[in-house]
Design a protein around this ligand. Structure first.
Ligand code: ATP
Ligand code: MG
Length: 406
């Protein structure tokens, strides 16, 4: 039987497609289905093989539908990859009512005005999130509706993605037979699931270490202030292990998960790993410390690039609520300790902070953060969904018409 009010998060990641199905019940979101399927159709967060991606999405949806006992017709989907850009933009309009009272349609118009920012060629806007508003000379207003003035201004953060990435992703969803309720930057989605209001007020950075990419979202004074994607993820660590230990990628992945550590200094030089414990054919014995050295080198590269993003906004070592890690890559042993040292900030692995019910323990894992966050984003922004036609172009007419609605 179809359940009308379900909200579905579909995270199309470089290594897997994850689906979570939520049913809003009395202020809680009850998880009634979830699934995870390996995805071979992506590189570094973008679709490179439509057929493979469509089959991973279809399989994941089928499994989630079976568990939830309801068909899935539309989803909130994640977008990532280093085609993602973020920039600040200012929008200014004249307040429309003769008596000078700011209305909801004024705030929508000023956000539209902020969208007229010049993005690099072949990019389109995924999000335009106002940081705050100014009415005449008064600035720092979170919600200006009901205030009086002549001029309404906003400072917004605009997140854009490559038109081709948006097009290919929407094509995959349409071929898998589902409509898109909204397309959400994966770092922003994960932050919905993991960050508290208080952390966002204090200043916090969400770092989602996936397979092919590391997505970043920084919040200050409650609002998103910076977003970025580093084109390196945990699969790069696996590749380095395969090269360094001369093993297959499958073997390297198992070694990383079972014996990996980001801190060689904590491992005794005499500690050895018998590879036969993973593959009986393999008689090698390797030094665990050497394995950690390989992992350490790549992890340091990722941490340095994260630090560069903090430097870009003048917050190196200066975010009071620190760093919240998620994504499969965040499960690496000793990563939290290394990140604390290198970033000189408090660091923790995130846990869902929202009220969820149902199959909660099954999805309390970094690989589901984006998917859970997508559902929450969907519940908060049902009307804000961008609508994509079959060719993947954002339906500009709808957002244009929206400004005339009350
Ligand atoms: N226990 C673990 N220790 C270290 N790494 C792990 C562990 N478990 C999973 N990983 C790594 O996490 C990665 C997958 O994470 P995740 O599912 O978040 O990526 P994704 O969403 O598919 O990719 P992306 O976000 O880059 O598109 C894999 O590279 C995997 O090796
Ligand atoms: Mg991911």
């Amino acid at each position: 039987m179809a359940k009308d009010n379900i909200v579905v998060g579909l995270d199309v990641g470089t290594t897997k497609v994850a689906v979570t199905v939520g049913l809003p019940v009395e202020g809680l979101i009850k998880i009634i289905g979830y699934s995870k399927t390996p995805n071979a159709g992506m590189r570094k967060g973008t679709v490179v093989d439509v057929e493979d991606t469509v089959s991973a999405i279809s399989l994941a949806l089928e499994e989630a539908e079976r568990m939830a006992g309801t068909p899935i017709t539309s989803v909130f989907v994640s977008i990532g990859g280093n085609n993602i850009i973020s920039t600040l933009s200012k929008g200014v309009i004249a307040v429309s009512r003769a008596d000078g009272e700011v209305t909801r349609s004024d705030t929508q118009r000023v956000i539209e005005a902020a969208k007229s920012v010049a993005l690099p060629p072949n990019r389109e806007i995924i999000h335009c999130i106002p940081k705050n508003f100014s009415v005449d000379a008064q600035s720092g207003i979170p919600d200006p509706v009901g205030m009086n003035g002549i001029r309404l201004e906003t400072q917004a953060i605009v997140i854009g993605a490559a038109t081709s990435t948006v097009g290919n992703l929407s094509k995959c969803l349409h071929q898998a037979g589902v409509n898109i309720d909204g397309m959400v930057f994966n770092g922003l989605a994960s932050s919905k699931a993991l960050l508290t209001k208080k952390q966002k007020e204090m200043g916090v950075m969400l770092v989602d270490i996936g397979g092919g990419t590391t997505s970043i979202a920084i919040f200050e004074e409650g609002d998103l202030s910076h977003a970025a994607v580093i084109p390196i993820g945990s699969m790069h660590i696996t590749n380095d292990i395969a090269i360094g230990l001369r093993t297959s990628l499958e073997m390297a992945e198992k070694i990383k998960v079972q014996y990996g550590s980001a801190m060689p200094a904590t491992i005794s030089e005499s500690e050895k790993i018998n590879m036969s414990a993973i593959d009986p054919q393999d008689k090698q014995r390797i030094e665990r410390r050497y394995l950690a050295e390989i992992i350490h080198a790549r992890t340091m590269e990722i941490l340095n690039l994260i630090r560069e993003e903090l430097k870009k906004i003048g917050r190196d070592g200066m975010l009071p609520a620190g760093v919240v890690l998620t994504g499969g890559g965040s499960k690496l042993e000793d990563l939290v300790e290394l990140a604390k040292e290198e970033l000189r900030l408090p660091v923790e692995v995130g846990m869902p902070v929202v009220d969820i019910d149902g199959l909660v323990d099954k999805i309390a894992d970094g690989v589901y953060s984006t998917s859970v966050g997508l559902m929450l984003y969907g519940l908060e922004n049902p009307g804000e969904a961008i609508h994509l036609s079959t060719d993947g172009m954002v339906d500009k007419a709808k957002s244009f018409l929206k400004q005339f609605l009350p």
